[in-house]
Design a protein around this ligand. Structure first.
Ligand SMILES: Cc1cc2nc3c(=O)[nH]c(=O)nc-3n(C[C@H](O)[C@H](O)[C@H](O)COP(=O)(O)OP(=O)(O)OC[C@H]3O[C@@H](n4cnc5c(N)ncnc54)[C@H](O)[C@@H]3O)c2cc1C
Length: 429
């Protein structure tokens, strides 16, 4: 088994197109993942001089490491959204989640990105009878409030969707899609540089401060390789948000998520585990998510450990996830696991995406494991916002809570307790 991101074996990741920092830019984007590159592409297409500053390499963060599930909806359920924001805003939020998938599809087609984008739909499976009972309520609310159709799959019909007997039923959304995320982020980077953006790798932003130049208000962005002056700055650092933006860092909890992939399954075995090639996740708090890769490996992910990834947590996760996979699919007991890797998710304290301006800096993050499509759309919307347009972004202007009692400075000391708490909730509810 290799401790390596399988997706990276399927792509030649493009490098940045410049090593030298420009002296000035209209917009400096921090982070070269879906959010930052989508914004850079839109800004550059509109004629802005954009520099993308990436501390590691293109797509190094969650964008190349994820499950490639291009999902409708948000991490929080629809009833939660309505109880938090009333009716009108959640309608726009849900519509945004649908629009975000169209947005990915359009970019993939316009830019000719070979990333196996396919509208194969997603399947949520119920770990308990009570979870399945709740699906009926969700289907009704989503149809009534959001004019969107989900389909219930009773236990007796579940075999047509998944080769597992452990679930109490499921719920299908045909609109969701699957993608090879590393190829997608590579294509976004090529599209951004093709449109004129300057992407610079291995250049970590250390400090951002107000700076006037010839009477123009802007920012001095200091990096590991010198400084660049920019009129606007867009922070697209997601779960890797750090000391360069201390206010934002305090709002985001970095949480580890891990994935294994098996050897290639035979066509029959692949059809058996996932007859309709769905993007699948279960109904627990401590979820498992899984799918077939385009070359028919089982990709099985979950929050096997709560801490951000390290060599130790990745190795431990491989065995935990293999056990999880065998619980779901006993028929894969003798299937070899070939790859394991981890990445970091970005959770806000209210588990919602957030976008806007903080201390004068633009930002979009908080995707909570639902970021492939939403990060792409937020990048576009924030680019439009920076260009002076007014996209109707329902994730702007909502309260952005910090930790209760301010007990958090960016080091998530409470994660082991939170992990235990969610495991407990899965046990009792
Ligand atoms: C294991 C895993 C599985 C997931 N599965 C799914 C899924 O199936 N479906 C889904 O919708 N979502 C999924 N997600 C979430 C999704 O991948 C993310 O929401 C999305 O990739 C966020 O993109 P981003 O561009 O905002 O951030 P990232 O891709 O994380 O990019 C942030 C970048 O910022 C850079 N950076 C940070 N600080 C600095 C600095 N100071 N200077 C310069 N650069 C900096 C980092 O190096 C990094 O490359 C998953 C995430 C993980 C980790």
């Amino acid at each position: 088994m290799l401790e390596l991101n399988y997706w990276l074996t399927t792509v030649d990741m493009p490098e940045g197109n410049s090593e030298a920092l420009p002296e000035t830019a209209d917009v400096a984007v921090v982070g070269a993942g879906f959010t930052g590159l989508s914004a850079a592409r839109t800004l550059a297409k509109n004629g802005a001089r954009v520099v993308v500053l990436e501390g590691e390499s293109v797509g190094w963060g969650a964008s190349s490491r994820n499950g490639g599930m291009v999902l409708t909806g948000l991490k929080l359920g629809v009833n939660n959204l309505i109880s938090m924001y009333g009716r009108e805003r959640p309608q726009k939020m849900y519509a945004a989640s649908l629009a975000s998938i169209d947005c990915v599809e359009k970019i993939v087609s316009e830019e000719g990105i070979q990333c196996d984008f396919a509208r194969c739909g997603h399947l949520e499976v119920a770990c308990k009878q009570a979870h399945f009972d709740d699906y009926a309520r969700q289907v009704e609310v989503v149809a009534r409030e959001f004019n969107h159709k989900l389909r219930i799959v009773p236990r007796t019909e579940l075999r047509a969707e998944i080769g597992s007997n452990i679930y109490h039923g499921g719920m299908v959304d045909e609109i969701s899609a699957g993608v090879n995320p590393a190829r997608y982020v590579a294509g976004l980077a090529t599209a951004a540089t093709g449109a004129g953006a300057c992407v610079i790798e291995r250049t970590r932003v250390r400090n951002i401060e107000r700076d006037f130049r010839q009477g123009t208000e802007g920012w001095k962005v200091s990096t590991s390789h010198g400084a660049v002056w920019a009129r606007d700055v867009f922070i697209a650092t997601s779960g890797y948000t750090g000391e360069a933006t201390p206010s934002l860092r305090k709002k985001i909890i970095p949480i580890g998520s891990y994935i294994i992939t098996t050897e290639i399954l035979s066509p029959d075995a692949a059809r058996d585990v996932s007859p309709r090639n769905r993007m699948i996740y279960d109904s627990k708090n401590y979820i498992y998510y899984y799918r077939l890769t385009p070359d028919n490996r089982m990709l099985f992910g979950g929050r096997a450990a709560f801490f951000p990834e390290s060599g130790n947590s990745i190795r431990k996760s491989a065995e935990i996830l293999r056990q999880g996979m065998i619980e779901v699919y006993p028929q894969l007991r003798d299937t070899k696991v070939e790859f394991v890797w981890g990445g970091t998710l970005d959770f806000a304290f209210d588990i919602m995406p957030h976008a806007g301006q903080m201390d004068g800096l633009y930002y979009a993050l908080g995707y909570a494991g639902h970021g492939v499509a939403m990060a792409t759309l937020q990048g576009q919307w924030m680019a439009q916002r920076i260009a002076g347009q007014e996209p109707d972004n329902p994730f702007e202007g909502i309260p952005f809570p910090g930790a209760p009692l301010g007990l958090y400075n960016g080091t998530p000391w409470f994660l082991p307790f939170a992990g235990a708490y969610y495991k407990f909730l899965d046990w009792v509810s």
